[in-house]
Design a binder for this molecule. Structure first.
Ligand SMILES: *Cc1c(COP(=O)(O)O)cnc(C)c1O
Length: 373
C-alpha cells in the first residue's frame, strides 16, 4: 500500500498535479489569512459576501439554539425539517419554477439527478467543458456520452442528427456559466435543439444564481448550489412538482444521505430573502468583473468569473506566486481541471471588493506579468 501511494504521489508531482489544501481563514471583507500572510482574495465563490453576512449568521444561530446541530437522519426518514418546505418554496420563487428540492450539495445533486433520468440505452450530449460533477453523474448513469465543442450548438445538432435515433431517451447537459471560463451557454438555442429532437435540457447554474439574469429561456431541469452566491451549503434542483416527487423517490444521492443541518437551511432561506430584496447587491460582482476586464483590455466579462489563460502549468503557478507577493490571492487552475495547455489564473469578483481593490489588482497583473493583449 505504502509503495503504491508513494509511486502515485511521485507521478502526480512529476506532472505538477500534486495538490494539497492550504488553510485559508476568511477575515473582514475579502481578505484571507494564508501561509501567515494577509491577502486580498479573488479566489472565492462567495460572490455576494453572504457567507459572513450577520443576517445569515443570526438566522443560523437562532436555528442552532432551537433545533441543535445535525439533522439526525435522511430526508425520507426523519431529517425532513419544516425549514425544507420554506426553502423549497423560496428557491422555486427565485428560479421561476413550480417546485424545487434540496440535495446535500451540488455535487450530490448532479450525481443523483442524471442517473434518475438516463441510463443504459440512453444518450447524453454535453458541452466539452462541463463541471466534473456533471461528468461523474453521466458516468454513473451508464448512458452513452458524446461531447460537443464548447458552446457550439451546430456541433451539438450534428451529434444529435447522427446518433439520436440509436438511443431511447436523450439529455443535453451544460453549465449555465462555465466555472473555469466564466462564459455563458447558449441556453435558448440548446433548448430549441432539445425540444425539436425529443430530448431534455439540463443546466447547472452553480455560478449564475443570484449574480446573473438567467434570461427567459429555462432548461427542463435546472440544478444549482446553495454554496456559492448564497454563501451556505447544499445543492438544489428546480422544475415541475412532479419532477421533485420523482427525484425524492429515486435520486440515490438524495435518499441515502443525511439531511442538511437545520441551521444551514435557515441561513439559505435568509440568503434568498436578501437576494430578492437587493438587486443592486446582485449586480455588483459582474460590474466589478467588467471594470476589471476594461482596465486590462481583455474581452468584457460575461459573469463574475474571469479567466486569464497563460498556457503552461508553470506560467500559471508563477503568475499566482507573483501576485501573492503583491498581496493578492488568485488561483492557478491546471489540468485535469482544465484542458492541457490552458492553465490559467481564475479570478472571481465579489460585491465585497471595492473598485479601488479591483483597480489595484489590474495594475498588479499588468505590471508584474507584463500582461498585454
Ligand atoms: C461548485 C460547482 C458544483 C458543485 O456544487 P457544490 O455545492 O460545491 O457541491 C457543481 N457544478 C458547478 C458548475 C460548480 O461550479
Amino acid at each position: 500500500m505504502d509503495h503504491f501511494i508513494t509511486k502515485q504521489l511521485e507521478a502526480l508531482d512529476a506532472h505538477h498535479c500534486l495538490r494539497s489544501p492550504i488553510s485559508t481563514m476568511a477575515e473582514e471583507g475579502m481578505y484571507v489569512m494564508r501561509q501567515g500572510q494577509r491577502l486580498l482574495s479573488f479566489a472565492s465563490n462567495d460572490y455576494l459576501g453572504l457567507s459572513r453576512d450577520h443576517r445569515l449568521v443570526e438566522a443560523a444561530k437562532t436555528a442552532l439554539d432551537k433545533y441543535g446541530l445535525g439533522a439526525g437522519a435522511s430526508r425520507l426518514i426523519s431529517g425532513q425539517h419544516l425549514l425544507y418546505d420554506v426553502l423549497h418554496a423560496k428557491l422555486a420563487m427565485v428560479k421561476g419554477t413550480e417546485a424545487a428540492t434540496v440535495f446535500g450539495s451540488g455535487y450530490l445533486a448532479n450525481i443523483g439527478v442524471i442517473p434518475a433520468f438516463v441510463g443504459r440505452g440512453d444518450l447524453v450530449i454535453s458541452d466539452r467543458l462541463i463541471h466534473a460533477s456533471l461528468i461523474d453523474g453521466i458516468r454513473l448513469s451508464g448512458a452513452k456520452h458524446l461531447r460537443f465543442t464548447h458552446n457550439d450548438v451546430d456541433h451539438a445538432a450534428r451529434l444529435i442528427a447522427a446518433h439520436r435515433q440509436e438511443y431511447e431517451r436523450c439529455l443535453i447537459v451544460t453549465d449555465h456559466v462555465f466555472s473555469m471560463d466564466g462564459d455563458i451557454a447558449p441556453v435558448a438555442a440548446l433548448k430549441t435543439l432539445a425540444e425539436s429532437n425529443d430530448a431534455w435540457l439540463m443546466t447547472d447554474d452553480a455560478h449564475g444564481l443570484a449574480v446573473l439574469d438567467q434570461g427567459k429561456e429555462r432548461a427542463h431541469i435546472q440544478m444549482g448550489t446553495l454554496s456559492k452566491a448564497l454563501g451556505c451549503y447544499g445543492g438544489y434542483v428546480c422544475g415541475s412538482a412532479k419532477m421533485m416527487a420523482y427525484l425524492e423517490s429515486t435520486a440515490r444521492s438524495l435518499i441515502y444521505t443525511t439531511a442538511l443541518p437545520p441551521s444551514i437551511l435557515a441561513a439559505a432561506i435568509k440568503a434568498l430573502e436578501i437576494i430578492l430584496q437587493e438587486p443592486v447587491l446582485c449586480q455588483t460582482p459582474l460590474k466589478l468583473a467588467q471594470y476589471f476586464t476594461d482596465m486590462l483590455g481583455v474581452p468584457k466579462a460575461q459573469s463574475p468569473i474571469v479567466s486569464l489563460v497563460l498556457g503552461s502549468e508553470n506560467a500559471a503557478l508563477d503568475a499566482a506566486k507573483k501576485l501573492q507577493v503583491a498581496g493578492f490571492y488568485v488561483s492557478a487552475i491546471r489540468p485535469p481541471t482544465v484542458p492541457q495547455g490552458s492553465s490559467r489564473l481564475r479570478l472571481t469578483f465579489s460585491a465585497l471588493h471595492s473598485t479601488d481593490q479591483v483597480a489595484s489588482l489590474a495594475q498588479a497583473i499588468k505590471g508584474a506579468l507584463a500582461w498585454h493583449q
